[in-house]
Design a protein around this ligand. Structure first.
Ligand SMILES: Nc1ncnc2c1ncn2[C@@H]1O[C@H](COP(=O)(O)OP(=O)(O)O)[C@@H](O)[C@H]1O
Ligand SMILES: [Mg+2]
Length: 271
């Protein structure tokens, strides 16, 4: 039985059907990435996966139990940093550690905060507030906060989407490091707009078009680098399959958006 499951998930907003019959099974300790274009329903999907939004149909299950609210053993990183602006980086992380480990004393909690801020290279900036940090640094705080609670399930919604290419590559490497030093490893569901990023990080890659594609495994050994992946036959094949699915979904979508009778429409448009 899969550790984390989305079964028959459907969601509409008014007449717009965003998700339909989404089925996804993630094994314990596995890293699965869903790749999709903007507006394809990725954030909707991960909000439903995290219990923050109810699906219209189907359900989400973690370790066999239905997920109806944000699971205690989960952590999430959002697209837009989502830090408390009036608190320092250290206080943002400490708040999460305090609620995850209330049985620890303050020194233990602060040691945990320092450990994770140092892993993401923010030891010296711990006292700064989000407004005093760059986008990359803010997202590092969000990632440190997520890992500092030692979650069993990690949900990431385009965590690097707003960053420049160099910062993005650095944070990808830090994410690999953080996951590697966890024991047992967290089960990770990530959303990304980059097929390359998905191949770099994941055990399986899924494309979200009008529905979910079959999952494509990536069996290449770690550590993987963008440079090496350019020449790896398996990586090239995975990229081709996922891109093909996304393109087919894009074509299907734009066909859907075509007016039924473009000539008649042209007649009613004022000159
Ligand atoms: N709360 C909401 N109310 C109405 N429409 C929404 C809501 N959330 C998302 N949508 C719509 O659903 C579609 C998918 O949105 P989203 O899941 O944010 O896509 P993505 O993350 O892939 O860019 C978009 O057309 C968006 O406008
Ligand atoms: Mg989104």
């Amino acid at each position: 039985m899969a550790y984390f499951k989305l079964q028959g998930v459907g969601k509409s907003f008014g007449v717009r059907r965003v998700l339909h019959e989404v089925n996804l099974f993630v094994e314990e300790g596995e890293f699965v990435t869903i790749v999709g274009t903007s507006g394809s329903g990725k954030t909707t999907l991960i909000k439903i996966a995290s219990g923050l939004m109810n699906p219209d149909t189907g359900g989400v299950f973690l370790a066999g139990l239905p997920v109806t609210s944000f699971p205690a053993r989960a952590a999430m990183v959002f697209q837009n940093y989502s830090l408390l602006p009036w608190l320092s980086a250290k206080e943002n992380v400490r708040l999460a550690v305090e609620s995850a480990f209330p049985q620890w004393n303050r020194t233990q909690q602060l040691d945990q905060v320092t450990k994770y801020l140092e892993i993401v290279g923010l030891g010296a900036a711990a006292g700064k507030r989000p407004g005093q940090l760059s986008g990359g640094m803010r997202q590092r705080v969000a990632i440190a906060r997520a890992f500092a609670v030692e979650p069993a399930l990690m949900l990431l919604d385009e965590p690097f989407g707003a960053l420049d290419a160099l910062t993005r590559a650095t944070l990808q490497a830090e994410l690999i490091k953080l996951i590697g030093q966890q024991s047992p490893r967290a089960t990770v569901l990530m959303i990304s707009n980059s097929v390359d990023e998905a191949i770099l990080l994941s055990d399986r890659v899924v494309a979200l078009g009008t529905k979910l594609s079959p999952a494509v495994p990536v069996t290449l050994a770690h550590p993987r680098t963008h440079k090496a992946l350019q020449h790896e036959e398996e990586a090239v094949k995975v990229k081709a399959r996922i891109t093909e699915f996304l393109l087919a979904a894009g074509t299907a979508k734009s066909a859907e958006c075509q007016p039924v009778e473009p000539r008649i429409l042209a007649q009613v448009v004022p000159e």
